[in-house]
Write a protein that binds this ligand. Structure first.
Ligand code: SAJ
Length: 460
C-alpha cells in the first residue's frame, strides 16, 4: 500500500526526492534534504543553473560553492534538466516562482508547468509538497488536476503545503533552522509531510490543512507589506509636520512589548512582499470579499519611488538645479541590504524615473557589479572623491554594509538618504526621507510643482 510504503521509505531515509525549481528556495532546500541523507535531484529548466551546480558553483547569496560541491561529492545531490527523474520520485517538492501578471493577478504558469510534468511521470506512491507561495486552495486544486482512476488522491498519492520562509541574506535563520509550517490536503498528507520534514528541519509546525498553511504564509507577508505601508505613510506625514520619523521609530522601539519597528524606504522590492499579498486579495475577491489593507499598502509602497524623485527634484531645486541635466548617483540597486537581488527593486525604479526625467544617472552597488535594464547596460561606478564631487545629487536607496558612507557624506555636495544610513553625519547637504527640515512649525508652503514624467511604461 502506497501510504505505508512511503512512511517506510521516509523513516529509513530511502525516499527518492525531487526538488522542482533550484532558485533561492529550491536550492537551499535540496541541499538540506541531501545532507539529511536522502537521494535528491535538484530539477530546473534553466541549463545555466544546472551547469553551474554540476560544477559545484552556487548562484544564490546564502549558498556557498563549497556547500554545493560537498553535496555533489556525497552523491546525494543530482542537479538535472531531465523531468523523467519524477518517474522514480517518492517525494516531490515544488519550489517554483509565483509572480503576478501585469494586472496584479496570480501568474500560475510555473506551477501549471510543474504539475503537468508531475502528471506525465505520475506513479502510485508519491508525496507532493508545494512550497511556492500561493492563494489558499491551490494545493487542493492541484490534487484534483492530478487525480485519475489509476492515480487516486489519498490512495496513490498524497499532498501537503509547506510555505518557504527564506529571508535572503539573513545570517541567522536559514532553511534548516527556520520552523517549518506544514498542512496536508488529507490527514495522511500531513503525517507524511511532517515525517519527511522532521528529518530535515529543526522544528515542524503542523496545521490542520493545506489551506491553513497557504494562508499562514500570506498572513506573514501581508503583515510586512501593510506595516511597511503604514510607516511609509507616517514618513510622508512627518515630512509635512516637520517631525523626524526616524527619531519617532527609534523611541517607539524602546517599548518592550506590543511594538515591532518597520522603517520607511524608497519602496518595497523582492519576489515576495510586493507580490504575495495580491494572491490573497485576488482569492478573497472570488468570495466577494474586497480587502482594503493590501490594496492601500500596495498603493503607498508603490508610490514611494515617485516620492523619492519628488524629494530629489526639491533638493536640486534648493540649489537652482533641475533633475534634467544634473548628474545623479543612485547608491544601491539591490532591493534590500547586503544582497545582490535587484528584482522589483525600488532603487532600480528610482533610477529609471530619474533617467526618464532627463538626468545623467549612474549607480554604485557593491553587490551588483553590472546589469542590463530595458536593453541599456549599466555598471557600478567606483566611489572616489573626484566622482562624488562631480555629482549634483546622491540618492541612497539601499543601505548595504561596507560602503564608505563617510566618504559619501564628506565629498558629495547633496545627498538624499532614503534609508537613514547617514544618521550619524551632520550637514545641510544631507536630506532624509521621512524628515524635512523647516525653520518653523508652520505648515509648509505647498511643495513645488510635481515632477511630470512622460507617460512611458517603466520597465517590466
Ligand atoms: N522594507 C522596508 N521597510 C522595512 C522592511 C522592509 O522598506 O521595515 C523593504 C525592503 O527594503 C525590501 C522589501 O521591503 O525592499 C522586502 O523586505 P523584507 O525584509 O521583507 O525582505 P524579503 O522580501 O527578502 O524577505 C522576506 C522575508 N523577510 C523577513 O522576514 C525579514 C519574509 O517576509 C519572507 O520569509 C520572505 O520574504 C519570503 O520569501 O516570503
Amino acid at each position: 500500500m502506497a501510504l505505508s510504503k512511503l512512511h517506510g521509505l521516509i523513516a529509513e531515509r530511502k525516499a527518492r526526492v525531487v526538488v522542482m525549481g533550484q532558485g533561492y528556495v529550491g536550492l537551499p532546500l535540496a541541499l538540506c534534504v541531501a545532507k539529511s541523507g536522502f537521494e535528491t535531484c535538484g530539477y530546473d529548466v534553466d541549463p545555466h543553473k544546472i551547469t553551474q551546480l554540476r560544477q559545484g558553483k552556487s548562484y544564490i547569496t546564502d549558498v556557498s560553492d563549497a556547500e554545493v560541491a560537498e553535496c555533489l561529492e556525497t552523491g546525494n545531490f543530482l542537479p538535472t534538466l531531465d523531468p523523467s527523474v519524477l518517474a522514480e520520485a517518492d517525494v516531490v517538492a515544488v519550489c517554483v516562482p509565483t509572480p503576478l501578471s501585469k494586472s496584479k493577478d496570480p501568474d500560475m504558469s510555473y506551477i501549471h508547468d510543474a504539475v503537468s510534468k508531475i502528471k506525465e511521470y505520475a506513479h502510485p506512491g508519491m508525496l507532493l509538497i508545494l512550497e511556492s507561495t500561493t492563494y489558499p486552495g491551490t494545493t487542493d486544486e492541484i490534487c484534483d488536476q492530478l487525480s485519475s482512476p489509476t492515480f487516486i488522491h489519498g490512495k496513490d498519492f498524497f499532498a501537503c503545503f509547506s510555505p518557504e520562509r527564506v529571508d535572503p541574506g539573513n545570517p541567522i535563520f536559514q532553511t534548516q533552522n527556520t520552523p517549518k509550517v506544514i498542512g496536508g490536503t488529507t490527514d495522511e498528507g500531513s503525517q507524511l509531510g511532517e515525517a519527511f520534514y522532521s528529518h530535515i528541519m529543526s522544528e515542524v509546525v503542523p496545521v490542520s490543512s493545506a489551506r491553513v498553511a497557504e494562508m499562514v504564509k500570506l498572513l506573514e507577508n501581508t503583515f510586512r507589506a501593510v506595516n511597511i505601508g503604514l510607516v511609509n505613510e507616517l514618513a510622508l506625514m512627518s515630512e509635512r509636520m516637520n517631525i523626524d520619523i526616524w527619531e519617532v521609530i527609534r523611541a517607539a522601539s524602546t517599548k518592550p512589548f506590543g511594538f515591532m519597528p518597520f522603517y520607511p524606504g524608497p519602496g518595497i522590492g523582492g519576489h515576495c512582499i510586493p507580490l504575495d499579498p495580491h494572491y490573497l486579495a485576488w482569492k478573497a475577491r472570488s468570495f466577494d470579499f474586497h480587502n482594503k489593507f493590501i490594496e492601500l499598502a500596495s498603493d503607498i509602497n508603490g508610490n514611494m519611488p515617485r516620492h523619492v524623485v519628488q524629494r530629489a527634484a526639491e533638493a536640486l531645486n534648493d540649489v537652482s538645479k533641475s533633475i534634467r541635466g544634473s548628474r545623479v548617483l543612485i547608491l544601491g540597486i539591490a532591493y534590500k541590504k547586503n544582497i545582490a537581488d535587484y528584482r522589483e527593486s525600488p532603487g532600480l525604479e528610482v533610477m529609471r524615473l530619474i533617467d526618464r526625467a532627463g538626468a545623467d544617472v549612474m549607480y554604485h552597488d557593491p553587490f551588483v557589479p553590472a546589469f542590463d535594464d530595458m536593453s541599456k547596460p549599466y555598471s557600478s561606478v567606483e566611489l572616489t572623491d573626484s566622482l562624488l564631487k562631480s555629482i549634483d545629487l546622491v540618492i541612497i536607496t539601499t543601505n548595504h554594509d561596507g560602503v564608505d558612507y563617510e566618504r559619501v557624506a564628506k565629498s558629495a555636495p547633496r545627498i538624499l538618504d532614503t534609508r537613514n544610513v547617514l544618521s550619524t553625519f551632520a550637514g545641510d547637504h544631507i536630506q532624509r526621507l521621512g524628515y524635512r527640515r523647516s525653520d518653523s512649525d508652520e505648515p509648509e508652503a505647498p511643495a513645488m510643482a510635481v515632477v511630470e514624467f512622460p507617460a512611458v511604461q517603466v520597465g517590466s
